[in-house]
Design a protein around this ligand. Structure first.
Ligand code: GP9
Ligand code: MN
Length: 412
């Protein structure tokens, strides 16, 4: 009931700096279009990484030099994979501990970014080359406030131009261009790539731009090839945006949706990285790249520890939109004194000092990477449990139904 919401609001307000904290970039991208690119299975270790002497993501490597590149950024997804990352992005709340919130709670009341920025005159849309009902997107997007979902049926998809789950990334971006041009501005447009998806298959010679790795684990070896293909697709997309005059007035936010290589492949990953994969390394593999590209702005590496739950406040603040009476578990990544923290869906916590691995309860010193006494991580473990519990409460109880009635809470 609304008392439960009050409790949650008190928690998010009470957390030092959670609600309404504005980074120094508040309003920096006011009125600009927002292009989000959800990069399928893209883990941060591929950035500046080479296989057989060749860069895996040459385009992203360059782009990050002219962007805010967050090098300590993590995903918080669970079994809902891509859909969980979409949920985190638009709501600054966590997905479910089991299953996918997109399928189990699609009819809840939300206060998602698309809905919020529509009020400010934005056109919120999503683009993806798979069926609209996958992950229940067709239903959930309505609850989140998307105006339109450009899905498989609106693209020309055939055997030639598709692989695995659907349309390949290069034709996906190419065919999306006229659709973008037709949008009312400013737009909030999310593009969800697809080709770099397990089991990482390319079906044409022209799509293969790099040799596979040679660990003998096919999944890991092919991972770099589809990664390289996706990088090329994003490069082409950015070129087209420039050619078509859409670039200058747009900010670009690209992030990995979740891991692509699970812990079933630790042997091969250990060989590649030349180290033993403990739960410390497993946690570090949950790093995904976040690149915020604002045309005309100089590049900067941002070392703050953050995660997908922080994207909503970061984006709204860049656009200069007050989030007001909202339940957000994340904090603007540009805020000066933000807490350096990422809480994973399984209760693992990474800060600037520690890594608490929920899987085996081990506490590590982030800097030395050594196992340390669990006492150092105990408060973090507790904080994560509490935060996840509050987020779950909101979703399970559909508590945002009561949000307006609690208008006075945020004033305190
Ligand atoms: C499916 C695509 C991939 O449409 O988003 O989903 P995933 O398996 O990564 O959640
Ligand atoms: Mn995915």
């Amino acid at each position: 009931d609304s008392d439960e919401l009050t409790e949650v609001l008190n928690y998010v307000n009470g957390q030092q700096g959670k609600m309404g904290v504005q980074g120094e970039y508040f309003g920096k991208a006011k009125g600009k279009n927002v292009v989000l690119i959800s990069l399928e299975s893209t883990q941060n270790f591929v950035i500046d990484y080479k296989v057989n002497g060749q860069e895996v993501t040459p385009f992203l490597n360059d782009l990050k030099e002219d962007s805010y590149y967050f090098s300590n950024f993590y995903h918080n997804t669970g079994q809902g994979k891509t859909s969980d990352s979409e949920f985190l992005l638009d709501n600054s709340m966590y997905g479910m501990s089991r299953g996918a919130v997109f399928t189990t709670n699609a009819n809840n009341e939300y206060n998602a970014t698309p809905e919020i920025i529509k009020e400010e005159g934005y056109t919120p849309v999503s683009f993806h080359g798979n069926n609209d009902s996958f992950w229940n997107r067709d239903i959930m997007y309505k609850s989140l406030g998307y105006d339109h979902f450009f899905s498989k049926s609106e693209y020309d998809v055939n055997e030639e131009n598709s692989v695995n789950y659907g349309l390949k990334d290069i034709p996906f971006f190419e065919q999306s261009m006229p659709m973008i041009k037709d949008l009312d501005k400013p737009y909030y447009a999310k593009f969800i790539t697809l080709t770099h998806h397990y089991p990482f298959i390319l079906n044409k010679d022209e799509d293969v731009m790099i040799d596979p790795a040679e660990t003998g684990d096919g999944t890991v070896d092919r991972y770099f090839q589809t990664m390289r293909y996706q990088d090329e697709a994003v490069k082409k997309f950015m070129e087209m945006m420039k050619e078509q005059g859409e670039y200058e007035d747009t900010i670009f936010i690209m992030y990995g949706d979740h891991y692509g290589i699970s812990d079933n492949h630790n042997r091969a990953m250990g060989d590649l990285m030349d180290k033993e994969i403990r739960t410390f390394e497993e946690a570090q593999f949950q790093e995904v790249p976040l690149i915020i590209h604002i045309p005309g702005e100089e590049g900067k590496e941002m070392k703050t520890v953050g995660s997908q739950v922080d994207l909503k406040p970061t984006i709204l603040n860049l656009l200069g939109i007050e989030s007001g009476n909202d339940v957000q578990f994340g904090v603007d990544l540009f805020a000066k004194d933000r807490e350096d923290i990422a809480i994973f869906r399984d209760g693992t916590v990474v800060t600037d000092k520690y890594v608490y691995a929920a899987k085996d309860g081990t506490c590590y010193d982030k800097e030395t990477e050594e196992e340390i006494d669990g006492e150092a991580c105990a408060p973090l473990k507790e904080q994560a449990e509490k935060e996840l519990e509050y987020s779950d409460k909101v979703v399970h109880g559909d508590l945002l139904r009561f949000l307006d009635q609690n208008q006075d809470i945020e004033e305190k």
